[in-house]
Design a binder for this molecule. Structure first.
Ligand SMILES: C=CC1=C(C)c2cc3[nH]c(cc4nc(cc5[nH]c(cc1n2)c(C)c5CCC(=O)O)C(CCC(=O)O)=C4C)c(C)c3C=C
Ligand code: FE2
Ligand code: FE2
Length: 340
């Protein structure tokens, strides 16, 4: 049958997976950082103060002070491939594309900055994706991360005449595959060390404390991940503690604690001068892990009398991390696609 001249193009239906992470500036310079922070910190899922009160503080104070400081942090971790968060998320998408083969289109996007979620969803739709799995890469659910990533995707769908069917990746904080991947990465890292840490610190990104009483499961998810990881590592830790802490405090309100910087500074005084630190809540290394933990955390620990410090990288696009993500995504794609 001949199609009418104004018939839209017909494309082969496909299944797509969109990996989503937080977002990052286009460059490490203060101007790019300011643009990124303006978008990020204007998100009402992130800062839950009414805009009429928050925007003057953000525009009048924060965006005139923080970009310079943050830009210095970004400059220390920026690589030839750009922002580590973007480069690693891209590498994860490529590795999963290779792992899944042609049956599944794998793409990646950022909640803030580029590549934008809306642009990538449109590109996937144009490429024929009529079923899309949104995969915010946060093991622990948090309204400020998981929910806002999904919100942004659904806002794009709201403007589409022919929407794809959508699934979202649930949090995987207690998934066996995730805990096993973390365990294997810690085991390998500890084996390669030239010193014996007396403790393992698990540092999660912090959140305002009130989000816990408001019903966000983030704190509980972090605690459960830490407990399961400690149990899985029991033979290796052999009685050495896994200490949970929360990093990246922002603003004057009370945040989840204990704070990672305070924890690292206090350990030498308690006789713990050799530590390893891991950031299980980050699926990719970024300014918060590479600068705040690996550089600044070490400085703080050593200034307090610590002698040996090791930062254990995130799962990133390594073999264990990719097999874990492949297993999680494959499960969520059940009935849609059965990729290799
Ligand atoms: C992993 C989970 C994350 C939660 C929860 C989270 C909450 C949260 N963050 C801020 C403020 C900032 N975060 C910044 C960077 C940043 N945050 C996460 C992840 C979570 N944030 C990542 C992966 C990154 C790194 C981005 C990168 O480009 O590498 C920043 C910017 C850096 C800086 O200026 O320190 C800010 C600011 C708030 C307010 C918040 C919850 C309320
Ligand atoms: Fe953050
Ligand atoms: Fe809890």
């Amino acid at each position: 049958m001949e199609l009418p001249a104004d018939h839209p193009p017909i494309v082969r239906p496909r299944v797509g997976v969109l990996l989503i992470n937080l977002g990052t500036p286009d460059g490490p310079d203060p101007k790019s950082v300011k643009r990124y922070l303006a978008e990020f910190l204007s998100d009402r899922r992130v800062v839950e103060i009414p805009p009429i009160a928050w925007q003057p503080i953000l525009r009048g104070i924060i965006l005139n002070t923080r970009p310079k400081k943050s830009s210095e942090a970004y400059s220390q971790v920026w690589s030839d491939d750009g922002s580590p968060l973007a480069a690693i998320t891209k590498a994860q998408a490529l590795a999963l594309k290779n792992a899944f083969g042609p049956e599944v289109l794998v793409d990646w996007a950022m909640r803030y900055g580029k590549p934008a979620i809306g642009d990538r969803l449109q590109a996937m739709k144009d490429a024929g994706c009529d079923r899309i799995l949104l995969a915010p890469l946060y093991p622990q659910y948090c309204a400020a991360t998981t929910a806002t990533a999904n919100d942004k995707a659904f806002a794009k769908l709201a403007a589409m005449r022919w929407q794809p069917a959508i699934r979202t990746l649930p949090p995987y904080h207690d998934d066996r595959a995730y805990i096993d991947a973390l365990r294997a990465s810690v085991e390998a890292a500890l084996q390669a060390l030239e010193f014996e840490p007396q403790a393992l610190v698990a540092s999660f990104h912090g959140m305002p404390r009130r989000t816990l009483s408001l019903g966000d499961p983030y704190h509980c998810h972090c605690q459960k991940t830490a407990r399961l990881l400690e149990e899985a590592l029991a033979p290796v830790l052999a009685g050495r503690p896994l200490i949970t802490s929360f990093q990246s405090r922002f603003g004057p309100a009370e945040w989840l604690g204990p704070a990672t910087d305070d924890t690292l500074s206090a350990l030498p005084g308690k006789g713990v001068t050799r530590v390893a630190i891991i950031a299980p809540g980050f699926s990719a290394d970024c300014v918060e892990t590479l600068e705040e933990l690996s550089i600044r955390g070490r400085e703080e620990f050593e200034a307090a009398g610590g002698t040996d410090f090791a930062y254990i990288p995130c799962l990133n696009a390594g073999e264990e991390g990719i097999s874990m993500l492949k297993a999680l995504l494959q499960r969520e794609l059940a009935g849609w696609a059965c990729p290799a």
